[in-house]
Design a protein around this ligand. Structure first.
Ligand code: 13P
Length: 256
């Protein structure tokens, strides 16, 4: 089954509502440059979701950056999956390295989030990646496949098939350094092999895998060209509408 390419922005803790509105307006003016063979999404701060839902071009879907894996309750400051789903959120990140490192999220907690996202009809984007010392130690595959298997644990074949994994080497995030596309491709192959063994060949072939870490308009094509990479999860370069559109155009050229 052919996998639809996906360009996903992760705004992290950037943009006020006014700034999000300006972004959506600017993107709307260039929406003819968004190719219908590609999916687009923005994972925005919660306060921006409303204005984006109203103003983003129809091709661009809503994403959230986090969720708490309970239906409701006394969890001050958290947000429930049903609240995001009600809002029209399609994608939810789980296990971003910033949350693993700064907020101490474990693979088990991330797995609870993934299950809650799926149970509420949304698509989990499970973020995985090795840090620089793990890279130096040559254990990237073990680390990444371990995170994938634990993050997706308990999902059915079909649920895995429609999930998304974002491979984001921690050392490449916000650093201006990227993985070599062929190295990211090898990691993506290892992820598919592990998924095929644990679930099925069909699930492994359908699962979408994104690369993330210092993706920019001038390098996004080199990742999307790799046969096991289906798009990109982009932080800094997704904040500017011109650069978001430039990445969309670079992906379109790969498909042409
Ligand atoms: O963490 C990332 C996306 O989730 C990557 O961030 P940068 O694109 O800013 O390196």
């Amino acid at each position: 089954m052919a996998r639809t390419p996906l360009l996903m922005g992760n705004w992290k803790m950037y943009k006020t509502v006014a700034e999000a509105r300006a972004f959506a307006e600017a993107l709307g003016q260039q929406s003819q440059k968004l190719d219908s063979r590609v999916e687009y999404a923005i994972c925005a701060p919660y306060t921006c979701l409303h204005v984006l839902r109203v103003m983003l071009p129809a091709q661009v879907r809503l994403g959230a950056q986090n969720v708490f894996p309970e239906k409701e309750g006394a969890y001050t400051g958290e947000i429930a999956p049903g609240m995001l789903a009600e809002f029209g959120t399609k994608y939810v990140l789980a296990g971003h390295s910033e949350r693993r490192m700064l907020f101490g999220e474990s693979d088990q907690f991330i797995n609870q989030k993934v299950k809650a996202i799926v149970a509420n009809g949304m698509t989990p984007v499970l973020c995985v990646g090795e840090n620089s010392s793990q890279k130096e130690d040559g254990v990237t595959r073990e680390v990444v496949t371990g995170q994938v298997l634990q993050g997706l644990d308990g999902l059915s074949d079909d649920e895995v098939a429609s999930a998304i994994v974002a491979y984001e080497p921690v050392w490449a995030i916000g650093s201006g350094k990227t993985a070599m596309p062929e190295d990211a491709e090898e990691v993506a192959q290892a992820i598919r092999a592990a998924v095929a063994e644990t679930w099925s060949a069909d699930a492994a072939a359908s699962l979408r895998i994104l690369y993330g870490g210092s993706v920019k308009p001038d390098n996004v094509a080199s990742f999307v060209r790799e046969s096991d990479l289906d798009g990109a999860l982009v932080g800094g370069a997704s904040l500017d509408p011109g650069s978001f559109v430039a990445m969309a155009e670079a992906i379109r050229e790969v498909l042409a």
